[in-house]
Design a binder for this molecule. Structure first.
Ligand code: MRU
Length: 332
């Protein structure tokens, strides 16, 4: 992703491996600080995933693969490390997919395997971008939720990839960025990525989406953390609300994700485990508590959107109608 710094524009990934150490942008500090952290052990990697230094389904997948590579280098038990890594965040399927892939390949050099896995994600995201850009006309007004950009996917993005490709091709686009309470991935991360690329956008409060969908949004594109065989999918809390609003207002609703986000073991979205995070994320805005002492909060991190709200899935293999998913999953 292109990042503007005081010393000019840099092209960097959300995470990578260098001389046996994993380097990652600390996403908790953006947009104020661009700090690269070093992760040296599988336990440090598990911590970086749980505390959301690294976040977003495909980036978490790459982090899991790199965590296994760190274990392989240190001759630690790959089985034990795989259990620790997979437990860190239960909803995103890419994490268990990538960790299990490294287990299957444990006779190979896992540093090379993990780096190749990260490269494949980036390549798939570029293809998602090329496929999805066909949905974006010159002048399109697009709404997105959370951050499904380069930060969430090693590089390039899923939901943001078609927008990047359309913008680079000279199409005029405008992006409504849902702020995405409680952790503000939209306001902090998506806005930062769009600003770095010079893509016209405005942050809106999550509650404003319906107001704009009435007559000012042409399409909605979001990412996904896990997609069931029937097309029900989990994504950041608030996605379901946006999907229902889109249907009510005749706005097409697209889900952009690599085929590796489809979980063949789930027939519908009912069995998807929804991560619950600390109530402090809701009771406070940043470090500032806004709720009365004594009030509790509930903080489901994701919700499941039924497939009936999805117009199509934008994947590296093309734009798939929900009815076409199962044949593609068999050939994954
Ligand atoms: O809790 P997060 O920030 O990891 O949640 C991220 C999302 O919900 C993204 O929309 C999803 O991972 C798709 S990212 C390409």
């Amino acid at each position: 992703m292109l990042v503007k710094t005081a010393r000019g524009t840099k092209d960097i990934r959300a995470l990578w491996m260098e001389k046996g150490i994993v380097k990652a942008i600390d996403q908790r500090l953006l947009p104020d600080q661009l700090r690269i952290v070093s992760i040296r052990t599988p336990r440090e990697m598990a911590e970086a995933i749980s505390n959301m230094t690294i976040r977003g389904a495909p980036s978490i997948g790459a982090a899991g693969a790199y965590g296994m590579a760190l274990a392989w280098q240190r001759k630690e038990s790959l089985i034990k490390v795989s259990v620790i890594l997979i437990k860190t965040r239960p909803t995103a399927y890419d994490l268990s997919y990538a960790v299990n892939l490294m287990l299957e390949r444990c006779d190979e050099d896992l540093v090379k395997e993990a780096s190749a896995y990260a490269d494949r994600i980036v390549d798939k995201c570029k293809r998602i971008g090329e496929n999805g850009a066909k949905l974006i006309k010159d002048g399109s007004r697009i709404l997105t939720h959370c951050n499904a950009g380069a930060l969430a996917t090693v590089d390039f993005g899923t939901a943001l990839a078609p927008i990047r490709v359309a913008h680079r091709a000279g199409k005029k686009v405008f992006v409504y960025v849902d702020e995405t309470r409680p952790r503000l991935q939209g306001a902090k991360l998506t806005a930062w990525e769009l600003l770095n690329e010079g893509i016209d956008h405005a942050i809106i409060s999550d509650n404003a989406a319906g107001h704009y969908m009435k007559d000012s949004v042409d399409l909605v594109i979001v990412g996904a953390d896990r997609i069931a065989r029937n097309g029900d999918f989990a994504n950041k809390i608030g996605t379901y609300t946006k999907a229902v609003l889109a249907k009510e207002n005749w706005v097409p609703f697209y889900v952009a994700a690599p085929i590796s986000t489809f979980d063949p073991s789930m027939s519908t979205g009912k069995g998807i485990i929804i991560e619950e995070r600390s109530e402090d994320e809701v009771l406070c805005v940043g470090d500032c508590r806004v709720a009365p002492r004594g009030s509790k909060a509930l903080n489901p991190c994701f919700d499941v959107t039924p497939v009936k709200y999805v117009k199509a899935f934008v994947t590296e293999r093309g734009i798939l109608k929900p009815s076409e998913i199962s044949s593609f999953m068999r050939s994954k």
